[in-house]
Design a protein around this ligand. Structure first.
Ligand code: HEM
Length: 246
């Protein structure tokens, strides 16, 4: 019966609230925030992956309306994940250093879900794939995501099945649902790049531009290389073609 389930049970709050385990001794008062922002981001990543899978199925089926719904949801979630980073802007660098050693070699670079999102969204470039292979055996969830067609290719195929080129959505008689889907996908690129930018800015603010990360990279310098990475290069490129030189 519905009445048997209560709020703490339904949300497994005992387990959930027991999962924040600061490593610093004595416990540093800022480590809880640091852990929660990471854990909350991973929870949102979990939902984003689920929504991306739904989106992929819809693009394959040619269901434009539902695909639009799911991209818009993913875009909202990416904005939430990005905005959370700002709470760590209140972590003074000298205080982060007081517990940084307790993190050992743990780093966001080891986030499998983050890589799954990249792979599901269409990242296939050599740097992405070779970095995965260099880190050892590619985890099954990432390999599975790499085996799915790229989001952009699915969208181009969907348009082609309706007799449209992507360019024609921007030059035809007027905005139609396919055009709005293209724009929502572009917004996803924007939202993801914004996360990358805010993250690199945060890293620079807390450990500086050249300090190596706990994951062993060159830190902000390494991260800034990927800020311009895009999932939908064709959607970006077509804009230049629309501009007629005067
Ligand atoms: C004090 C705050 C933070 C600092 C100083 C920081 C630092 C870094 C550094 C230096 C890297 C490069 C890899 C390495 O050498 O470790 C990195 C990567 C990463 N971090 Fe953070 N980070 C912070 C907060 C966050 C948060 C809240 C998340 C949310 C999940 C996050 C997720 C990631 C991800 C996914 C990567 C891999 C990015 C990529 O390879 O493109 N980080 N972080």
């Amino acid at each position: 019966m519905a009445g048997e389930v209560n709020y703490p049970d339904y949300l497994a709050l005992d387990e959930l609230l027991g999962l924040q385990r600061p490593r610093s001794t004595p416990e540093h008062p800022d480590e809880l925030l640091f852990i929660v922002v990471h854990q909350a981001s991973e929870l949102w990543f979990k939902v984003i992956i689920q929504q991306l899978r739904a989106l992929i199925d819809e693009l394959k089926r040619g269901d434009v309306e539902r695909a639009l719904w799911h991209v818009q949801r993913v875009n909202t979630l990416m904005r939430i994940v990005a905005e959370q980073l700002s709470s760590l802007d209140t972590l003074p660098p000298q205080r982060f250093l007081q517990f940084r050693n307790f993190l050992g070699s743990s780093s966001g670079q080891q986030s499998i879900q983050f890589r799954v999102i990249g792979a599901l969204s269409g990242m296939r470039d050599d740097a992405f794939v070779s970095a995965l292979k260099a880190a050892g055996t590619v985890p099954a969830s990432i390999q599975e995501a790499l085996d799915v067609p790229r989001l952009e290719d699915l969208f181009v195929d969907l348009a082609a099945n309706r007799g449209r080129t992507v360019e024609s959505l921007y030059t035809g008689p007027g905005p139609d649902p396919l055009f709005f889907l293209a724009e929502a996908l572009l917004e996803y690129d924007q939202a993801f790049q914004r996360w990358r930018f805010l993250h690199v800015q945060l890293v620079e603010r807390i450990i500086g531009p050249m300090t190596g990360g706990t994951g062993g990279t060159l830190g902000a310098k390494y991260l800034s290389q990927s800020v311009t990475q895009r999932f939908f290069p064709k959607l970006w490129a077509l804009r230049a073609k629309l501009v007629v030189p005067t």
